[in-house]
Design a protein around this ligand. Structure first.
Ligand code: PMP
Length: 355
C-alpha cells in the first residue's frame, strides 16, 4: 500500500489470469487458448505486411475490420464495435452502461472479471445463484436492476442457456442493458446476435481469442443497436482513439476470409472435447455438459486442488478455482489429441484412480 494510492485502488483485488509459464515442455490446458495455430491466411497477411506502414497511426475507426465483421455476421457497420480483446470491450461496456443507481445482476459463478470491473468502477452488484446443476436461471433475475451480465456459454461451467430463455429475459427486462458475453459461442450454444435487431438493450460481446486462435493479438468485438455502439465509441475515444493496432486489424481481417479453417478447427476441438469428457467419466469424474473449448469436471473422491498439483508435477497445467462452490472442480482446456492423451495417461497412473 502507498499513500498516493486512491481508496479505490487500495481495496482493489485485480483479476489473476491463469499461469503463462516461460518454461518449455508443459502441456498447457489452463487458459482456454486454442491448441491450433491461426489460419494460414493470417500467416500470409502478416508475412506480407509492410512495416513501413507502422510509422502511421492505425485507422481510428478500424473500418476495414468492422466492415468485414458486418459482412460475416450480416449486420451494418453501425452495429459493430471492436476493441483490444473482449476484456477491454467489457470494461468499456461497464463504464458506459452499468454505472446506475440500481445494482448490476450477474450469476454467482461466472467470469470473475465482472466483479473486478464492478469494483473498479464502483458499481453496486448482486449475484444470483446457479441451480443445483450449475445452470444459470435467467427466470430468477428481477427486472429491478441496473443491468444484467452473464457469459453464454458460461465460464467456468461451460454450460449454455438457450436462446428462448434469453429472449424471455429481454421481453421482461426492457429498462436496462443485457450484456451476453459470448467468448465461447463458436464451440456450442446459439448466439444472441439473432436478437439484436429486435432488442435495443442487448449487447453481444465476442472475441478472436478462442475460436480464431488470436489471443496474442487481443481482438474483441461487440454487436448491438447503433446507439449502444455509439456509447461504447464515446467511452473508448475518451481513453484511446485507436481501438486496435494495424497488425491486429490485418490478422483479424485475414482470419475472417478463411471460414473453412475456422469451421474445421472448431469441429476438431468439439470432437476432442466430447471424446475427452467420456474418457474422464470412465475415470470417475462427473463432467458438466460443455458447449465450450474446455471441460469442467470433478472427481468422485479426489479434490480439485490436489488433482491440479498432481498434474502440475507431471507438467500438465489445468485451472482450479478457490471458490467453495466449485472447489472440487478442475477446468481443463481442450488441447490437441496428443495433449489430451497426455492428460488422460497422467490421470490413469494416479494411485486412487481406477481405469
Ligand atoms: N469472457 C470470458 C467468459 C472469458 O473466459 C474470457 C477469456 N478469459 C474473456 C471474456 C476475455 O477474452 P479476451 O479478452 O481474450 O477476448
Amino acid at each position: 500500500m502507498n499513500r498516493f494510492w486512491s481508496p479505490a485502488i487500495q481495496s482493489l483485488e485485480p483479476y489473476t489470469p491463469g499461469e503463462q509459464p516461460r518454461i518449455e515442455g508443459l502441456t498447457k490446458l489452463n487458459t482456454n487458448e486454442n491448441p491450433y495455430p491461426p489460419s494460414p491466411a493470417v500467416t500470409d497477411a502478416l508475412k506480407h505486411f509492410s512495416t513501413e506502414r507502422l510509422r502511421l497511426y492505425p485507422d481510428p475507426n478500424a473500418s476495414r475490420l468492422k466492415d468485414a465483421l458486418a459482412l460475416e455476421f450480416d449486420l451494418t457497420q453501425e452495429q459493430v464495435f471492436v476493441g483490444n480483446g473482449s476484456d477491454e470491450v467489457l470494461a468499456l461496456a461497464f463504464m458506459a452502461f452499468f454505472r446506475q443507481p440500481r445494482p448490476l445482476l450477474m450469476p454467482e459463478i461466472s467470469y470473475s472479471f465482472y466483479d473486478v470491473y464492478a469494483n473498479l468502477f464502483d458499481i453496486d452488484f448482486r449475484k444470483l445463484p446457479l441451480d443445483d446443476q450449475f445452470r444459470i436461471r435467467l427466470s430468477d433475475y428481477p427486472v429491478d436492476n441496473g443491468g444484467i451480465i452473464f457469459a453464454n456459454p458460461n465460464a467456468p461451467t461451460g454450460i449454455a442457456v438457450g436462446l428462448e430463455e434469453i429472449e424471455a429475459l429481454l421481453k421482461r427486462n426492457t429498462d436496462s442493458l443485457v450484456l451476453v458475453d459470448e467468448a465461447y459461442i463458436d464451440f456450442g450454444g446459439e448466439s444472441a446476435k439473432a436478437l439484436i435487431a429486435s432488442y435495443p438493450n442487448l449487447l453481444v460481446v465476442q472475441t478472436f481469442s478462442k475460436s480464431r486462435s488470436l489471443a496474442g493479438l487481443r481482438i474483441g468485438f461487440a454487436f448491438g443497436h447503433p446507439e449502444l455502439i455509439d456509447a461504447l465509441e464515446r467511452v473508448k475515444n475518451s481513453f484511446n482513439s485507436y481501438p486496435l493496432d494495424m497488425l491486429a486489424i490485418e490478422a483479424a481481417c485475414a482470419s475472417l476470409t478463411d471460414r473453412q479453417y475456422f469451421t474445421r478447427t472448431c469441429e476438431q476441438i468439439i470432437e476432442t472435447r466430447d471424446r475427452s469428457a467420456k474418457r474422464l467419466e470412465e475415470l470417475g469424474f462427473s463432467v458438466l455438459p460443455s458447449s465450450t473449448n474446455f471441460i469442467f469436471a470433478r472427481h468422485r473422491q479426489l479434490g480439485g486442488a490436489e488433482l491440479m498439483s498432481y498434474l502440475r508435477e507431471r507438467k500438465i497445467l489445468v485451472r482450479h478455482f478457490n471458490k467453495p462452490a466449485i472447489a472440487d472442480f478442475l477446468r481443463i482446456s481442450i488441447g490437441t489429441d496428443e495433449e489430451m492423451k497426455r492428460l488422460v495417461s497422467a490421470l490413469e497412473t494416479h494411485p486412487d484412480i481406477s481405469h
